[in-house]
Design a protein around this ligand. Structure first.
Ligand code: PEP
Ligand code: MN
Length: 345
C-alpha cells in the first residue's frame, strides 16, 4: 500500500500517518520525492489488510491511497511513481541520465596488476573500479582470491586513482573488512538468494550491486533486491550478467538484453549490464556493451587486465588495458545516443 501525501501535508500529518501504519503492524517507509512525500506501508498480506482497514484515505494530509500490486514493493516502479533512482557514489551518479562504466580486473592478483589496471581504467574514463578479493569459483581448487590482502590493494588503488571501489562480499563473516574498502558491495550471481547476506548488506547501508542468479527469473531478482531495500538501504543496482541457456559451445552464457527494458519498466532501480561474464570471450564484449547501452542500461561492469593471457581468473573475457580507452570512448558514444552521459567525478 502506498500513501501519497498532499503537497501541502505538514510534517505532523506525515508522522501521524506513519504512526498509524506502524501500529497496524506494517513498516512505514517514507520517500521524499521532488514535490510530495509517499509513505509505503510494507508488510505481509495480513498487515496489508490491517493498513487497509485504517481508512487512511481522507485523513489529514493524505491525497490518495494506492495498492502496490507487485510482491516486491520497495523495488517496484510504482513505489517511486515513475521517478528513477539515481545513486551517488563518492560524487559519481548512477541512474537517470548518468551512465556508469565500472571497470577493473576480475580478481585482485597482485599489487602491480591491480594498480596498472586501475590507472588504465581511470585514464580511459571509468566511473568506478571493480576487483574481487573474495572470488566465487566453481572449483574449490581454483584460486579463491587474496582476501584481506586483496582488499588492501584495492584501497591502495583507490587512494592513488580516486576511483571508488566495487568488490564482492561472499560471506557475512567478512562484512566488516569489506566495508572498510568497498564503496559498492557486489553480491555475486551465486549469492543472489543468500538472504542473510542480502539482509546484512541492507543493514550496512552501503550501495549494492546485485547480480542476477545464473537461472533466476526477473521477479526473483527483484525480490532479492527487496531484501536489501527492506532494511532501509535504497542504494541498489541490478545487474544482468548472462543466464544459462542451451548454447554452450560459442559463449559462456546468454546475455538477456530484454532484461534491461523489462527491469526498467518494473523497477526504479538502475540496471547495469556485465558483458564479460555473459560472453566469456573478449571479442564479444564491445558489441554487447554497445547493445546494452542502446537498450537503456544505466551502466556496464567490464573486466580488464594488463596481460589477460596470464590472468588467474577470467582472462579470456578480459579486455587488455591498452585497448580500454578506445573501448570506453565507443561505450560513451553509445550511451550518449541513448541520452546518458558517462559519469565521472
Ligand atoms: C565477477 O564479477 O567476477 C563474478 C564472479 O561475477 P558473477 O557473480 O556474475 O559470476
Ligand atoms: Mn570474473
Amino acid at each position: 500500500m502506498m500513501i501519497v501525501m498532499k503537497e501541502s501535508a505538514t510534517d505532523e500529518e506525515i508522522a501521524a500517518v506513519a504512526e498509524k501504519i506502524e501500529r497496524a503492524g506494517a513498516r512505514a517507509h517514507r520517500s521524499q520525492g521532488a514535490r510530495v512525500t509517499v509513505i509505503g506501508a510494507i508488510g505481509d498480506v495480513e498487515q496489508d489488510a490491517n493498513v487497509e482497514s485504517l481508512g487512511l484515505e481522507g485523513q489529514p494530509g493524505v491525497d490518495r491511497v494506492v495498492p502496490i500490486l507487485k510482491p516486491y514493493k520497495l523495488a517496484s516502479a510504482q513505489f517511486r511513481h515513475g521517478e528513477r533512482t539515481v545513486l551517488e557514489i563518492d560524487g559519481r551518479k548512477v541512474g537517470g541520465d548518468h551512465f556508469a562504466l565500472i571497470a577493473g580486473p576480475c580478481t585482485v592478483e597482485s599489487r602491480e596488476q591491480t594498480l596498472q589496471t586501475a590507472r588504465a581504467v581511470r585514464d580511459g574514463g571509468a566511473t568506478l573500479l571493480r576487483g574481487g578479493a573474495y572470488k566465487p569459483r566453481t572449483s574449490p581448487y581454483a584460486f579463491q582470491g587474496l582476501g584481506q590482502e586483496g582488499l588492501r590493494l584495492l584501497a591502495e588503488a583507490k587512494a592513488e586513482t580516486g576511483l571508488p571501489v566495487v568488490t564482492e562480499l561472499m560471506d557475512v563473516r567478512d562484512i566488516d573488512v569489506v566495508l572498510e574498502v568497498a564503496d559498492v558491495i557486489q553480491i555475486g550471481a551465486r549469492n543472489m538468494q543468500n538472504y542473510s547476506l542480502l539482509t546484512e548488506v541492507g543493514r550496512s547501508g552501503r550501495p549494492a550491486l546485485l547480480k542476477r542468479g545464473l537461472s533466476a527469473p526477473l521477479d526473483e531478482l527483484l525480490m532479492a533486491a527487496e531484501y536489501i531495500l527492506k532494511e532501509g538501504n535504497s542504494a541498489v543496482m541490478l545487474c544482468e550478467r548472462g543466464v544459462r541457456g542451451f548454447e554452450n559451445a560459442y559463449r559462456r552464457s546468454t546475455l538477456d538484453l530484454m532484461a534491461v527494458p523489462i527491469l526498467k519498466e518494473l523497477s526504479h532501480l538502475p540496471v547495469i549490464v556485465d558483458p564479460s561474464h555473459a560472453a566469456g570471450r573478449r571479442d564479444l564484449v564491445l558489441s554487447l556493451s554497445l547493445a546494452a547501452a542502446a537498450a537503456g542500461a544505466d551502466g556496464i561492469i567490464v573486466e580488464v587486465h594488463p596481460a589477460p593471457d596470464e590472468a588467474l581468473c577470467d582472462g579470456p573475457q578480459s579486455l587488455p588495458t591498452d585497448t580500454f580507452a578506445e573501448y570506453a570512448a565507443a561505450v560513451e558514444r553509445a550511451a550518449a545516443l541513448a541520452g546518458k552521459a558517462l559519469s565521472a567525478a
